[in-house]
Design a protein around this ligand. Structure first.
Ligand code: PDD
Length: 290
């Protein structure tokens, strides 16, 4: 089946989408992206992702070329046109094509590109077995709260992880874990407390993280937002990661050292179930469906 994407006002076969070689997204990495999960044909926690998109574009003084209402229509049309059941909708807005000057063009024409990917997020073998993680230095800039398409540090981090047989990289800055290459990072202490770094300019404020912390509180699971070190992670009884495209994956190994029992832990397993239930219910709501 030909995948249909959206580019600047048109629905096109993905392979026919063409962007100017002078697009500032291509030349400077001058753009923002967002990823919303699709489960059973409905969008998951989409308002949270759109709110973060609006914040990110605002932080780099970039205007969305369409209204949020239109953006949601496009997301839904992509789900329909691609017959997407489980996967993600990707959205990217860049400052568009312009002569190569670093400062903003006087009259930018932002590029809006959106497409879908199929992914079995719930029925993932990674969720059942747990994943391995490799730590790497966090080479990123000082505004990691902006969901920028400038992802070179994460590309290198995740490549190093893949070469070590790991699914994800945990980035470390000043002795503390910041987050995963494309996910939020959590450990569970011996007394069953979930620990994750507080939001700041050092990490992306994860939408899955935010929803999960609220669900954990409802489920009477203790959460502490504070910095943690790799040594604390090695000694943790459990660890896990969250993102829109994975929900919750238990972590069973870090830098070749077994975490907890080496099997997905009870708290990560319970939180994944709680999140999947939330995601299914949200994706069922009429407003989140085409
Ligand atoms: N990544 N931290 C980073 C650096 C990320 O890139 C992501 C998401 C997250 C988790 O955020 P959320 O729960 O809102 O997806 C944390 C997306 C999925 C990606 O780049 O594909």
């Amino acid at each position: 089946m030909t995948r249909i994407a959206y580019l600047d006002g048109e629905f096109l076969p993905l392979g026919e989408c063409r962007v100017s070689a002078l697009d500032r997204g291509f030349v400077f990495g001058d753009g923002i992206y967002e990823v919303s999960a699709v489960l059973d044909g409905g969008l998951v926690d989409n308002d949270s992702h759109l709110a973060r998109l609006v914040r990110s574009v605002g932080e780099i003084s970039l205007a969305l070329p369409v209204t949020l209402e239109r953006l949601i229509e496009i997301q839904k049309e992509l789900i329909t046109r691609n017959g997407l059941v489980n996967g993600v909708v990707y959205m990217q807005v860049t400052r568009g094509p312009a002569e190569r000057e670093f400062g903003f063009p006087a009259a930018p024409k932002p590029t809006l590109f959106m497409f879908t990917q199929t992914k079995e997020i719930v029925a993932s073998p990674n969720a059942a077995t747990g994943i391995r993680v490799k730590s790497v230095p966090d080479l990123r800039w000082a505004r990691c709260d902006i969901k920028s398409v400038s992802l070179l540090a994460q590309v290198l981090a995740k490549q190093a992880a893949a070469e070590a047989g790991c699914y994800e990289a945990w980035m470390v800055r000043d002795g503390f874990v910041t987050e995963g290459g494309s996910s939020s990072a959590f450990i569970v202490t011996a007394d069953g407390t979930v620990v994750t770094r507080p939001n700041s300019n050092a990490i992306l404020p994860g939408c899955t993280r935010k929803a999960l912390l609220a669900l954990a509180a409802e489920g009477a699971i203790r959460v502490e937002e504070r910095l943690f070190t790799l040594d604390e992670a090695f000694a943790a009884s459990e660890a896990f990661m969250t993102s829109a495209s994975t929900f919750v994956y238990p972590i069973v190994e870090l830098d070749g050292r077994t975490i907890g029992t080496g099997k997905p832990g009870p708290i990560a397993t319970r939180l994944r179930q709680i999140y999947v239930d939330f995601a299914r219910a949200d994706a069922k709501l009429a407003e989140n469906r085409p």
